[in-house]
Design a protein around this ligand. Structure first.
Ligand SMILES: [Ca+2]
Ligand SMILES: [Ca+2]
Ligand SMILES: [Ca+2]
Length: 174
């Protein structure tokens, strides 16, 4: 999925990586645009199940995934105009990150600051129209891609039965 994207996206992703490295933050795997809304600070299948498996049966159906995404989008839209501004988008992410730090008994640190910076970068990526308004339709398009990337056996359910490819392998094919 690397070659067909706009050079600007690549540049933005590179900028995010560079700033993360410059601050000696723990290396975060390159965040592909398709994985933009992954759980705060979490990676992989476990984090995905933790966020979206609402009935805790060990698998995430498309209905569960879509319901949580929509709920999250609506909760983030604090002024209720149906779209997310950059501030709303980042605030929603920061809320989840804060909760996670609290749950882990950690204080905000350098990695925390970097995560917030990356959220700003991600907004520029997900807001494809560059109008400062992240729409539910834009979110749905990303969600679709995220789900299909994880549902590697293509049965419409994300579970441990889906062999997960390492991020590197995922970045190099399409
Ligand atoms: Ca479930
Ligand atoms: Ca809004
Ligand atoms: Ca599956």
């Amino acid at each position: 999925m690397t070659t067909r994207h706009l050079p600007l996206l690549t540049a933005l992703a590179a900028a995010a990586l560079l700033s993360a490295c410059a601050a000696n933050a723990p290396a975060t795997p390159a965040a592909a645009p398709g994985t933009a809304a992954r759980p705060a600070g979490g990676h992989g299948l476990q984090a995905f199940l933790g966020s979206y498996d609402t009935n805790r049966d060990g698998q995430v159906t498309r209905a569960e995934f879509d319901a949580v995404r929509l709920q999250r989008f609506r909760a983030a839209d604090t002024n209720g105009d149906g779209v997310l501004s950059e501030a709303e988008y980042v605030a929603e992410f920061e809320g989840r990150l804060k909760r996670q730090y609290f749950d882990d008994g950690k204080q905000p640190d350098k990695a925390y600051e970097n995560s917030i910076k990356q959220a700003h970068v991600r907004f520029a990526i997900v807001n494809r129209a560059r109008d400062g308004k992240f729409t539910a339709a834009e979110d749905a398009a990303i969600a679709d891609k995220t789900f299909k990337n994880l549902d590697t056996n293509g049965d419409g359910i994300v579970s441990k039965d889906d062999p997960q490819r390492p991020p590197q392998a995922r970045a190099n094919d399409d």
